[in-house]
Structure formats: C-alpha cells, structure tokens
Design a binder for this molecule. Structure first.
Ligand code: GLN
Length: 483
C-alpha cells in the first residue's frame, strides 16, 4: 500500500518501483474521490495526471536524467494559470474561463517533472479568511468538518492536510497561505515579495501578492521553493538573482530572536495560544538563543493599512472584469454600455469582492485619497523602516499566526470587520515584503492545531527554513504548559 511521508522517501520508493508515479497518482485519485465532501478540489485532472505518470515512469526506466520534483503530485489554487485548464479565482465572473498560458511557477513545476493533479477551491479572488467567499461552496476543515479551513487558500491547505496531494501552491496577499496552514495543521510558507514570479497569478493586490507553498516537511517546501523561485522576464518585480539567501545567517551561531510584546499581549489572542507560545518562546533561551521582547507600537495600525492599500489595488486590478474581455457577460440586449458593465459586474462578483471594490474606489477617490491611500502608504513606509531596524539586531521575529484556532463555519460571516481583524498577525509580512512561515507545532485543548509564525529579513528564505527546522526540533523538547 502506497503512503507518503516526504519527497525524499517518495523518490527512494520510485527507485524500487518502476510504476511508482502511476501508483502514486492512482492512490491520490482514490483519496480525492473519497474526500469529495471536503470540497477542496474544484477540478481533478484524472486522465491527464495518469498519462503524465506513465510518461514519467517511462522516463525513469529509460535512464534519462530526472527533474527535482520527479513524479511529485501537486495541486494548484484556482488563481494560478495552468494552460488549457479552467481558471476561475473562485468566482462566477470567470466561470468556464480557460487559461491561455502557464504561470511561470507552473512552467517550472512541469519542467521539474511534477504532476499537477487538480485545481483547489479558494475564496473569490483570494479575498477572505475562511473559504466561505468562494462561488463554488465552502471547503471543510478535515479535522473537524464543522470548522472552516481558513482562507483564502483553504482548498490547497486541506489538500495537504487530508493527504490528497504531496504539496500544493496557494497565494498569500495578507496571510492566505499561513493562516489556513495554521487552521489545518500543515506548514505554510509565504516567500519574500518578488521571490516567486507573479506571472500567471490572478492579481488581487499586486504589491502584496505572492505565491506560497503548503507541505508537511521543511525539505519538501524548500525543494518546491528552489524549483519555482527566481528571475523571470515576465515579472519585473521578480528578484533578479539566483541565490536563495542574500544574507545567510551562520548556522552554528545561536539565534537572536525578537518577538513583539504587543502581539503576545493583544486582547484578541486566545489565552491558551498565548500561554503556549509565550512558554515556547521563553524556552528557546534554555537552548542558548537570545530572546527579546521588542516594542511594536504599530500593531493596531497594520490591519487598517492593509485593507486600505489592498482594496485600492484590488479596485484597479478587478476593473478588467467588465463582461467584455473575460468571463461572465450580461445577456440582455439593447442596453447602454455603462448598464452592460454594471449588470455584468453586479451578477458576476460576490458580496465580499464588491465590498472591497467599493472600499478601494472610495479610498482612491479625489476627496479622500490623501486621507486614506496616501496615509496608508506612509504607514507602510514606517513599518518597513522599523522592520529594517529590527533585522539589524535580530535574526528572526516570532509571532502567533492567528489569534484563534479555526472558526466554526458561519461564525464570522456577519461581521466582516471581526473577520478582517483576525488578520492581525499575518498582514505585517505582506506590508513589509518579508518572508514568513507558519509551523504547525501545537494543539489546542479544543482539539484544533495552531502554529507559530517565524519571519526573517527579505530574501533570507534559506535561513528561515533552517530556523524552522531548529524550532521544530526545539518543540520536541518543550513541555507544553497547557497540556
Ligand atoms: N484574509 C486576508 C484577506 O481577506 C488574506 C487574503 C490573502 O492573503 N489573499 O484579505
């Protein structure tokens, strides 16, 4: 019977099994079918995945040199372009839209011999924290199906959580990889802004968006990152150098760890999460690392800043969905052009997307631009400067990933502000562009997982992944005070 623990072990399995890729694909197709109730996949590429597995098995048998992700079974969030496949961003406005090219990340996965098994459900245009904004229904958390998986990359998180693929790609504009990873108990990495090309990623807020990776082990996440990252002529914001770390920290040296006092004392933080994480962070001292509480007086400004700037960018990005160029088109005849746009967009977009387009249009309007948009840009600059200063003295910042464990379905749908405020710990990394990872170390007495979030300076992903391994090791020797 096939089972998956890591890409490395899977590659050893493939050496022993000439039909190994086909065995793996069959295994996942059965599991996906049995887990249909979770609604993690909008589409499964059954036939195509089987054919590709046969080709890859043949390639191995022929003795040809193999790609880094040879036979690795991967799922893609429904915002990442996969040529000739549907791409809907969880929205009705793009229902039945077919991608006409591959995202650069997908191009690189395929060149490395990966197998793409399907398209994951997500919040409409990646706007949301629970997957309840998808036009194609909720995704259920596999650990407790009365709870949400988080969002917006809920389907991709559940696909890894429920063992429906080996790794998956999501996108993270304000936490959409790390928060669902936290709610589902898997690893979620948001790389530095610019680390992975955004070519072929449907835009929500272009100066925040970044493709992220879900996996079960750090080496798996690293392998995928190494494969898809780097310079791309199709995205001028993609980092032009090849090395994975510009400023690698010395692995033998003890770490200088910062945590934000205000974050650990915030009233929204669940008391049990607070106790566990504070204990864990303090415990790092016993291993010789220096741990310091740093004042971060801006904490309460970061969610408003994020929502002003991202909705402004979204209102501009989403203006292209007008019923003419893509997707849903109003059928009535003999109507004025403005009315045609109006009806196409009113019927095509869901409630949350409309709310954000309106908010974004408002903050960009002539009378309010300076009060909101300019002000938020200034706050973003202050946050970036402060972050640069912190990384002069520290290697790493630790924060919670989310103030609570996974919400119950429907718990926050009537209160969008409460939903937005729960992004308090994740949006910081997107505002400042730094890489951040959620590590699923803990379990709450309510039975749900939660993690800790680690961040390093820009383009220091190797250090971040190395530190993540250390934290996972450290956790093994940590006695959780709440258990
Ligand atoms: N929850 C955040 C939001 O709703 C995160 C979205 C994201 O990262 N795509 O905007």
């Amino acid at each position: 019977m096939f089972s998956f623990s890591s890409i490395k072990n899977y590659h050893s399995f493939l050496q022993e099994n000439p039909d190994g890729c086909s065995i793996a694909v069959e295994y996942y197709l059965k599991k996906i079918d049995a887990a249909r109730r979770l609604n993690a996949f909008l589409e499964v590429y059954d036939e195509e995945a089987k054919e590709r597995a046969i080709l890859l098995d043949q390639k191995r048998k022929s003795g040809a040199s193999l790609g880094k992700l040879h036979g690795v079974v991967i799922a893609l969030k429904d915002v990442i372009s996969y040529k000739d496949q549907k791409l809907s961003a969880g929205s009705k406005i793009l229902e039945n839209f077919i991608a006409i090219y591959n995202a650069t990340a997908v191009e690189r996965l395929l060149a490395a011999d990966a197998i793409i098994i399907g398209r994951n459900n997500c919040d409409e245009f990646a706007m949301g924290s629970t997957n309840e904004n998808s036009a194609y229904g909720n995704v259920l958390n596999a650990l407790d199906t009365t709870r949400v998986p988080g969002g917006s990359s809920g389907g991709s998180a559940v696909a890894v959580q429920a063992g429906l693929c080996m790794v998956s790609l999501g996108s993270d504009t304000g936490g959409s990889v790390r928060q669902p990873a936290d709610f589902c108990g898997v690893i979620g990495l948001k790389p530095t802004y610019g680390r992975i090309s955004r070519y072929g990623l449907i835009a929500y807020a272009s100066s925040f968006d970044q493709i992220g990776i879900f996996g079960n082990t750090i080496p798996d996440v690293r392998l995928v990152l190494e494969t898809i990252q780097g310079k791309d002529d199709f995205d001028s914001t993609a980092y032009p150098h090849n090395g994975l770390d510009i400023n690698k920290i010395d692995e033998k040296k003890k770490l200088k760890i910062a945590y934000f006092k205000e974050a650990f004392e915030h009233q929204s933080l669940d008391p049990e999460i607070k106790k566990t994480l504070s204990g864990f962070v303090e415990n790092l001292k016993s291993d010789g690392h220096s741990v310091e509480a740093v004042d971060f007086e801006y904490l309460d400004y970061i969610v408003p800043t994020y929502y002003v700037l991202t909705t402004a960018e979204a209102s501009s990005n989403l203006s292209r969905f007008d019923g003419v160029k893509y997707g849903y088109r109003e059928k009535s005849k003999n109507i004025e052009l403005a009315e045609f746009y109006n009806r196409s967009r009113s019927k095509g977009f869901g409630k949350e997307v409309k709310r954000r387009i309106l908010l974004g249009t408002f903050v960009l309007s002539a009378g309010y631009f300076d009060a909101y948009f300019t002000k938020a840009q200034q706050v973003r600059k202050i946050l970036t400067d402060r972050t640069n200063l912190i990384f002069k003295d520290f290697d790493i910042i630790l924060l919670p990933t989310s103030p609570t464990t996974a919400f119950r379905i429907g718990e926050k749908t009537d209160d969008p502000i409460a939903m937005y405020l729960a992004d308090i710990y994740t949006v910081y990394a997107n505002l400042t562009g730094i890489p951040a990872i959620s590590l699923p170390l803990f379990r709450h007495t309510n039975g749900m997982p939660f993690g800790i979030q680690a961040m390093t300076n820009r383009f220091n992903e190797l250090s971040l992944l190395h530190i993540s391994e250390l934290l996972i090791q450290q956790y093994k020797s940590y006695e959780n005070p709440t258990l």
